[in-house]
Design a protein around this ligand. Structure first.
Ligand SMILES: Nc1ncnc2c1ncn2[C@@H]1O[C@H](COP(=O)(O)OP(=O)(O)OP(=O)(O)O)[C@@H](O)[C@H]1O
Length: 439
């Protein structure tokens, strides 16, 4: 049913839902638009409304062919008498998000992957020059306009993660993001700078090429630890230049990474060398089996893809929130990171013995799926206590929480599955042996 948003816009139907709210197909004075309506519990927070209003200039001023334009920002004060909605009115993008596209394709040809990432990097260059860091670059936030001859990538959700997750009331510093794409310096508690977007974007590039993220799989804490301690496994079959670019941009040291403009131009320059190459042949029988089942609609594809990609800790189980992608955690101290007393327990692992607790080592599709499910739910509801330093939403701001809704998704799950995840993921991980890339 249509509803009015502010005095100029009408929302007609839901296009999709994210952790922060619902995106509607709408209509405004200049034609069709997409309207992101923030969750009620978020919109009810006067601090948040104020922060959005404060950032209005930056959000509205960001214009680039590879950035989804924000046309209007509606906050409660300005909707006299119309209740407490926070709405972002955006350009409507006609096409799927990159997560859905990747789920359909499984892996992209290097030229296509490089072209998409080059476009997004050029958008980031403009944002970074304006002093804006995205902080949540991931395939879900890259939309593909497929109305033209070739898909055109646009980065969306600029600044939203930061605004929603900024620590308030003098609380401890929080970290926001999605573990698979989170730069090591964020895990270590440093303030996010432009280089975190480069790290996340090149993680996306790696994922487009391979079908998996470099450090994904397993409990969110395990993913974060790998971000800090492990080296990226090179992808076989790539031209050296692209392989080197990936290594450079996934360097642990932020200063070693390329800047956005240089990343964009290097990727564009690599196009002739990539032309005509098919998707990498990395083999993955497990995925083949899963893929054997026809994924009939976009929703199924998106769900399958999101369960494979990021390992989320959930903040907010409000009615609008069906997808779970954001992580909020207290920054671990050094002892915790190294698996000390309050961190994950360490257990000896014989040489050559596979690391326990990582989806990457599950051998059957059932086991992998079960583990992903366990990790998703346990990550949201149970494992925070086990991992010690992962705190769920609001937990970093004292007993009163942050008032932004419940942290735990009310999901029913077999306790045995949780136990298994806890046991597996509590086992320590040493640095991964160098070797071929693996999912
Ligand atoms: N400008 C837009 N034009 C068309 N569709 C859009 C637009 N913005 C978002 N969508 C659709 O709405 C869905 C939800 O978007 P939203 O930004 O709320 O969530 P998300 O990015 O997928 O997840 P999260 O916010 O939790 O990270 C997207 O997957 C996309 O399909």
């Amino acid at each position: 049913m249509a509803r009015n948003i502010g005095s100029h816009y009408t929302a007609h139907r839901v296009l999709g839902r994210g952790s922060a709210g619902t995106v509607w197909l709408g209509e405004g004075p200049d034609g069709p638009v997409a309207i992101k309506l923030l969750r009620e519990d978020l919109a009810a927070d006067p601090d948040l409304a104020e922060r959005f209003a404060h950032e209005r200039h930056a959000l509205l001023g960001l214009e680039h062919p590879h950035i989804v334009g924000v046309r209007e920002l509606l906050v409660p004060d300005e909707q006299a008498g119309e209740g407490g909605e926070i709405a972002l009115v955006m350009d409507l993008v006609r096409g799927p998000d990159l997560r859905t596209h990747l789920a359909r394709e499984r892996r992209l040809a290097p030229a296509e992957a490089a072209a998409i990432v080059a476009g997004v990097a050029s958008g980031l260059a403009v944002a970074h020059a304006a002093g804006i860091v995205h902080r949540d670059v991931k395939p879900e936030n890259i939309l593909l306009d497929t109305s033209g001859e070739r898909p055109h990538a646009l980065l969306t959700d600029f600044g939203v993660a930061k605004l929603i997750d900024e620590p308030r009331h003098g609380g401890k510093s929080g970290v926001v993001g999605t573990p698979d794409y989170m730069a090591p310096e964020i895990v270590e508690g440093l303030p996010p700078r432009a280089s975190v977007d480069i790290y996340a974007l090149v993680t996306v590039l790696y994922e487009l090429l391979s079908g998996f993220t470099p450090f994904g799989g397993g409990h969110p804490g395990a993913v974060l630890r790998r971000q800090v301690t492990e080296q990226v496994a090179p992808l076989p079959g790539l031209p050296d230049e692209l392989g080197e670019l990936i290594q450079q941009c996934l360097a642990k040291a932020p200063a070693s990474r390329l800047r956005a403009a240089e990343l964009a131009s290097r990727l564009r320059e690599s196009q002739p060398a990539l032309a005509g190459r098919g998707p990498l042949d990395l083999g993955d029988p497990t995925l083949e089996e899963e893929r054997g089942q026809p994924a009939e609609d976009e929703a199924a594809l998106a769900t399958a893809a999101s369960s494979r990609a990021a390992v989320p800790l959930v903040r907010g189980a409000a009615p609008d929130s069906e997808r779970v992608t954001h992580t909020r955690m207290r920054v671990p101290d050094a002892d915790e990171l190294s698996g000390g007393a309050r961190g994950t327990a360490r257990a000896p692992r014989a040489p050559g013995q596979p690391r326990a607790g990582s989806a990457r080592n599950a051998t059957t599709p059932g086991a992998r799926r079960r583990r992903r499910l366990a990790v998703t739910v346990a990550g949201a509801a149970v494992l925070a206590g086990v991992a010690g330093w992962l705190l769920l939403s609001g937990g970093d701001e004292g007993e009163g929480g942050d008032g932004m809704g419940p942290a735990i998704v009310p999901t029913v799950i077999d306790e045995a599955v949780i136990d298994e995840a806890v046991a597996d993921e509590a086992v320590a991980e040493g640095p991964a042996p160098a070797g071929p890339a693996r999912p």
